[in-house]
Design a protein around this ligand. Sequence first.
Ligand code: PHE
Length: 438
Amino acid sequence: MTETNRAAWGSKLGIMLASAGSAVGLGNLWRFPFCTAQNGGGSFLIIYLICSFTIGAALVFTEAALGMKVKSEPSDAFGWIHPRLKFIGGLCILTSAIILPYYNVVGGWILAYIFKSFSITSIKNFGEAFTDFSSSAFEPLLFFYAYMIGTAIIVYMGIQKGIEKFCKIMMPVLFVLLIVLMIRVLMLDRALEGVKFFFLPDISKLNGKTMLDAMGQVFFSVSVGMGVYITYGSYVKDNTESVSRIMWPVVVLDVLISLLAGLTIFPAVFSFNIPINAGPALIFITLPKIFASLPFGQFFGLIFFIILLGAAATSSISLMEVPVAFLCDRMKFSRPKAVVLFTVFCLITGTFTSLSFGKLGEFKIAGKILFDQFDFLASNILLPLGGFLTCIAVGWILGSGKLVVFNNSRLQKSFEFCIKWIAPIAILLILLKGIELI
Ligand code: PHE
C-alpha cells in the first residue's frame, strides 16, 4: 500500500495551503451567508463557531493523522483500521461524485459572471438576468464544461506542480482581495446594521433546524467527512511535525474567511435595504446589483467574482483528488487515465444538475430538483455520515489514543474525548434530525 515513489508535497506550507484551499470555498462565500441569513444571523453564527472548533477541528485532525500514517487513499486508510471498514472509503468517493457535479455547476456560473461583470452596469433586472442565465441550456453548460476541464488540468498536473502551486498562489490573493472588498463595503452608509445582524444573536431563532443547518454547514465548509485530508495527509513525506501544528491554521482560516464573507455581504445587503433572504441566489443577484450602483462597480464586481473563482477552484481540485487517488492507489490507474475517467463522469452528471434549473426542472426527487437534492444529500446526510463513521472507526475500533495529533497531553486527551464521545453523539442526533426521525 505504501509506495516509495508516491507523490509528495514540496513543503509543510504546501499541504497547509492546499488543505485551507479545500476548506475555503463556496461553502464560505456562497453557502455560509445565505444559511446564516435563513437562520437568523448571530445565533447561527455562534453554533457554527462552536461546531467548527470542536467537531470540525477534531475531524480535520483525525483525517489528516490517518492519511499521514497509512499514506494511501481513504479506503486503504479505513481498511488499515479494520478490513471491514474499507467501505467507508467507497462512501467518500460517492460523496465526491455527488458534490462535484453541482459544485462545479456553480463554479461555471462564477466563471460566466466574471465575464458578465464587465457589462454589469447595463443589466436592468438582476433577478431576471440570473434566472434567464441559469435556466438556459447552452451558456451555463458551456461555462460548467470550461470550469470542469480547468479543474481537471490542475489535478492532472499532480500534487506539487498542480495542486500545491495553484493553492500557494491563489490563497494569499484571495485573502487580500477579500479584505479590500470588505473595507470598501464597510464604508457604505448603514453598513453597521449588517454587522449587527451578523453578530447579535437572536435566541428565539435557536432551534433544531438551526443546529442541523449549522452542523451541516461546518461539515461542508471545513471539508470533512469525505476523506479529503486523508488523501492530502497521505502525500506528507515525513511525519516529524505534530498533525495539529500543520492543520490548525486550516480550521482558523476557514472560519476567518467565513467571517470576512459575512462582514462583506451583510453590510452590503443592509445598506441597500435589500431583502436578506434571497437564498442561494444571494451572490448572483443581490451583490451584482449592489456593485452595479457603486462607483467603479465593474471593478469591485470583478474582484468579487475572481475571489469566488479562486476559492471554488481550490476546493474543486480537492474534491477531485479523492476519487483520483482511489483510482491511482487502489486500481493502479495512471494519473492521466484516472483524471480523464472521473472528468467524463462529472461532465455527464453535471449536465443533468445544470439542466435541472431549466429543461429538467420538472424532474424532481422528493420534491427537490436534482441540484438541490444533491446539495441536501451531500451536506446533510453523506458528509455527516462519513464523519460519524470516521469517529466510530477511530474512536472505538482503532482507539483514538492510537492517533497522536497534539504534543500537549491535555489537548490530546480532549481530542480523544471529542472523537470518541462528543462528535459521534452530536453527529448522530443531527443526522436523525436531518432525516426527520427525531
Ligand atoms: N469546503 C468546501 C467549501 O467550503 C467544499 C468541500 C466540501 C470541498 C467537501 C471538499 C469536500 O466550499
